[in-house]
Design a protein around this ligand. Sequence first.
Ligand SMILES: Nc1ncnc2c1ncn2[C@@H]1O[C@H](COP(=O)(O)OP(=O)(O)OP(=O)(O)O)[C@@H](O)[C@H]1O
Ligand SMILES: [Mg+2]
Length: 300
Amino acid sequence: MTENGPVIEIRGLTKMYGDVVGIKDLDLDVHQGEIMGFLGPNGAGKTTTIRTCLDLLAKTRGEVRIFGLDSHNDSIEIRKRTGYLPGDFGMYNELPVRTILRYLLSLSGCVDEGPMEELASRFDLDLDKRYGSLSKGNRQKVGIVQAFMAGQELIIMDEPTSGLDPLMQQKFYEFLREERAKGKTIFMSSHILAEVEEVCDRVAIIRDAELQVVERIAALKEKMGKTLEIELGSEIDPKLFDMPGVEGLEVDGRRARMIVTCDLDQVIKRVSEHNIVNMSLETFSLDQFFMTYYSHPGGG
Ligand SMILES: Nc1ncnc2c1ncn2[C@@H]1O[C@H](COP(=O)(O)OP(=O)(O)OP(=O)(O)O)[C@@H](O)[C@H]1O
Ligand SMILES: [Mg+2]
């Protein structure tokens, strides 16, 4: 967990696709033995981050160190020690799954097929079927098996549960927890908030190419904001709520709605000089919290 040293160190990582910003000035550490979730809306920069970290995509600026090694100069050594599940995992359709996995295993210099067989049986994957004959979810299982079968110490996955049914997702989370208990480090992107909440130690949220927040899930739950709705006797000047700890402000005439993460007392003091007609307060769910980072610029 966080007391352990960083396995992945990302500093000022920037990737431009011509004029399009893929990711901008990203700083992030993933520590040994933790599961780090990487969350963000479509086009936020998750895949770009993962691919530049593994040197599958050339970075524009910045530095990435994995196991203390340089992501570009030492990319071969890093890949040897890292299991990777790309977001667009695909394989040769004509070949049986076992043949494909054997081949991939040999590429990582590993000869023990035991874990491959065990993983396949654990996730109900038929190794004798042709890859092309598999359903979407079963193809994803092939991707998962290949990411873990060589027993590497770091696993990087781009939306690993996409296509898996809820039962398989749960099996996968259980498996991830076991891997963490063995000291593995896991960095995975996701669109599923509940998944991140359930399985990850920390979450990094990215939006519009920039990192918004990196936080322990447990800490997020503790300092969760509240939704405050307030109605005053006169038209509300949005400046009234211009203070740190007030986010996502929506003002409509005499009514205002906001997310309060600071001490509520500070907000009440501000409005107490006005005539309060109505007020309601709602504790935030983690879902709502994430949504603020998805949709409100400057959230956090
Ligand atoms: N090959 C490319 N050429 C040009 N722009 C690209 C390319 N790949 C990604 N981008 C742009 O970079 C930004 C980040 O894209 P990226 O694929 O990293 O997002 P993502 O967070 O993985 O999204 P999703 O959740 O949809 O997978 C987007 O604006 C995207 O349009
Ligand atoms: Mg992506």
